[in-house]
Every structure is written in structure tokens, then in C-alpha cells.
Design a protein around this ligand. Structure first.
Ligand SMILES: Nc1nc2c(ncn2[C@@H]2O[C@H](COP(=O)(O)OP(=O)(O)OP(=O)(O)O)[C@@H](O)[C@H]2O)c(=O)[nH]1
Length: 313
């Protein structure tokens, strides 16, 4: 099953997920828990401060947020949730008092998606929570698909370019190096010709998976950059470290031992890798990619199944 159908099934499955309720009233927490616990994993916080902390840890599908609480009130809590990158996309439903239209208007102004009036009807609470959790899952699915390649599940080229730009800025600020690698499967046209396109797709998935597994630092990333070409970004890695990683990736693909009877370098699938590194990527992203490509070209021309690099400049 491909990535697209997997995520679609997930999004269409019965509503479920984690709900965070932020309210200082024990009775209300109990009755909300009793209403939602059969379907959802319900967590509670009794203050805005505790709620902000839990929201970052749990990343819930939805937050139910009381307005009047000691310390941070609901509006301020929501404002802070929206300011934080980790929590800004979590939908918030406010719990408002009956007949307070100002609160209802304000709920939307600070970024709430809905409000429920206290005392609430369990049926209405359930219906609204289900609706917003379902919408959130659909939005997550679309966001996920927008940045992924559907065959391999890796980031797509556009996402690679976006992250490359951000990582360049971060490395510049921290005065750290950065390396990029272009990876290409050797004689892949012959592979398709002799084993068929489906086997070719399986091979691409296996190589993609193997590359991902060799990237161990949290900020390292790999994308499918073209048909049988992958690009890796290694923030804070100089040429020496990038070469170590590249060699590990090359060896791991050899270790897959996928038969390739039409390859002219081996009887199994191999890859070639080109590296470019820099200590100053200011305005040089395109140039770095071209250099990595030029290195890849050299790896191909000097025998394939090898790593070639340009020293950082
Ligand atoms: N199965 C499959 N093949 C693909 C996909 N995308 C690109 N390809 C194939 O990848 C092959 C790339 O071939 P070339 O660029 O000629 O290079 P190569 O045969 O790998 O030779 P070298 O790179 O010089 O070692 C082409 O035959 C494309 O059809 C894909 O999604 N699935």
C-alpha cells in the first residue's frame, strides 16, 4: 500500500485522538471526561500555564479551553498557543458562559475555532469535538501529502528547497558548516528495462528507506529530488563528516544486495554520491547543489558505486 492510501485510510478512520481539557473546575473536567473518554484519550490541565506545557508535550488533536481561570486566562493561553510553532495548529474550542456574546466574539478573535456554552449538552459537545477533530485530521493529511513524495514517503523537492533555505540561515547564524549530497542509482534505466517498472519502484523505495536509516542526526534530511535521484542535507556537517555519512549510505545500499544483472559495476544495485560542503552558504544554495551535482557526475565518470566531493569553500 502506498503512502497516499495509507494516510487517506488513517484520515477516514473513526474519529479518535488526544484531547486536552484546560479548566480549573473539577466538576467540569469530570463531566467532559465522562463524555469523551469512550473515544478519545482525554488529558486535563487545571491552569493555562500547565495547559501550555502539556500541549507542547502531547500535541493533542484538539484543546477545550476555559476562559476564566486564575493566572493565565483562556484568551491569553490561546494567544500563546498560537505564537508557538509546536502548538499553533492545534484547534481550540472555548468553554464560554451562557449569554456572554463578548466572550464568543473574542473566542474567534484570539484564534479559537468554536465555542461551547456552559453548562454544555453532552451531545453537542461530542458533535463539535468530533467535527473539529475530523477537520484537523484532514488538514494534517493534506499538509503531509503536500510535502511528501508519494512513492517513497520522503520529502519532495519543494520541501527540500524550503528546508534547505531555513537550514542555511540557521547554519549561518551559528557559524556552522553545511553539506549537501546528491545520490543517484547506477544504471537504473537498465534496471527498469530488465526487471520492469514495478520492481524499479520497489528498488527506489528500498534505497530511499536505506538512506533515511543512515541519517542519524535530528536535522539531517533526505528528499526524492528527481526520478531516481535523492538529495540529502546535513546541517552542521563539514566535508569530512559528510564523507563518512555518504560512505555509510553507499555501503548500506550495497548490503541490500538487490540483484542487478544489467549493471556494469556490480551484480547488485549500487549508488553514486556527490558531496558539496561549505562554511558560508550565504546566497550560495544553488551553487552548492550544482557543485554536489558536479561531484556526482565525477563519481559516475570515475566508475560509479563511489563517493566524490568538493572540499568546502
Ligand atoms: N521505476 C521507476 N523508474 C523511474 C522513476 N523515475 C525515474 N525512473 C527511471 O530512472 C531511469 C534513470 O535513467 P538515467 O538517468 O538514464 O540513468 P541511469 O540508467 O541510472 O544511469 P547512470 O545514472 O548513468 O548510472 C530512467 O529510466 C527513468 O525512467 C520511478 O518513479 N520509478
Amino acid at each position: 500500500m502506498g503512502i497516499t492510501s495509507e494516510v487517506r485510510n488513517e484520515a477516514e478512520s473513526l474519529v479518535s485522538g488526544t484531547i486536552l481539557v484546560i479548566d480549573d473546575s473539577p466538576e467540569l473536567l469530570l463531566s467532559i471526561g465522562a463524555t469523551l473518554e469512550t473515544t478519545y484519550d482525554v488529558h486535563v490541565a487545571t491552569s493555562g500555564e500547565a495547559g501550555l506545557k502539556l500541549a507542547k508535550e502531547l500535541h493533542p488533536s484538539l484543546i477545550l479551553l476555559d476562559i476564566i481561570m486564575p493566572g493565565l486566562n483562556g484568551f491569553e493561553t490561546c494567544r500563546r498557543l498560537r505564537q508557538n510553532e509546536d502548538t499553533r495548529d492545534i484547534p481550540v474550542i472555548f468553554l464560554t458562559s451562557k449569554d456572554n456574546q463578548d466572550d464568543e466574539v473574542r473566542s474567534f478573535e484570539v484564534g479559537g475555532v468554536d465555542f461551547i456554552t456552559k453548562p454544555f449538552s453532552p451531545v453537542v459537545l461530542r458533535a463539535r469535538v468530533d467535527t473539529h477533530v475530523r477537520l484537523k485530521k484532514q488538514a494534517d493529511t493534506l499538509n503531509y501529502l503536500a510535502i511528501r513524495d508519494s512513492l517513497t514517503g520522503l520529502f519532495n523537492r519543494r520541501e527540500f528547497d524550503d528546508r534547505f533555505e531555513r537550514e542555511c540561515r540557521a547554519c549561518l547564524r551559528a557559524h556552522k558548516p553545511l553539506s549537501v549530497m546528491m545520490i543517484d542509482i547506477d544504471y537504473f534505466k537498465h534496471y527498469n528495462d530488465s526487471y520492469g517498472h514495478q520492481k524499479g519502484d520497489n528498488c527506489l523505495q528500498a534505497v530511499a528507506d536505506t538512506i533515511s536509516k543512515q541519517l542519524q542526526r535530528g536535522r539531517d534530511l533526505v528528499a526524492r529530488y528527481g526520478g531516481e535521484e535523492f538529495a540529502c542535507l546535513l546541517p552542521e556537517a563539514d566535508s569530512d563528516s559528510a564523507r563518512v555519512v555518504a560512505e555509510k549510505i553507499r555501503a548500506a545500499v550495497v548490503a541490500l544486495a538487490i540483484p542487478h544483472q544489467m549493471s556494469q559495476v556490480s551484480d547488485t544495485v549500487t549508488i553514486s554520491i556527490g558531496i558539496a560542503s561549505t562554511h558560508n552558504c550565504e546566497g550560495r544554495r544553488q551553487e552548492l547543489l550544482q557543485q554536489a551535482d558536479a561531484s556526482l557526475y565525477r563519481a559516475k565518470n570515475t566508475g560509479r558505486n563511489r563517493v566524490a566531493y568538493l572540499l568546502e569553500q
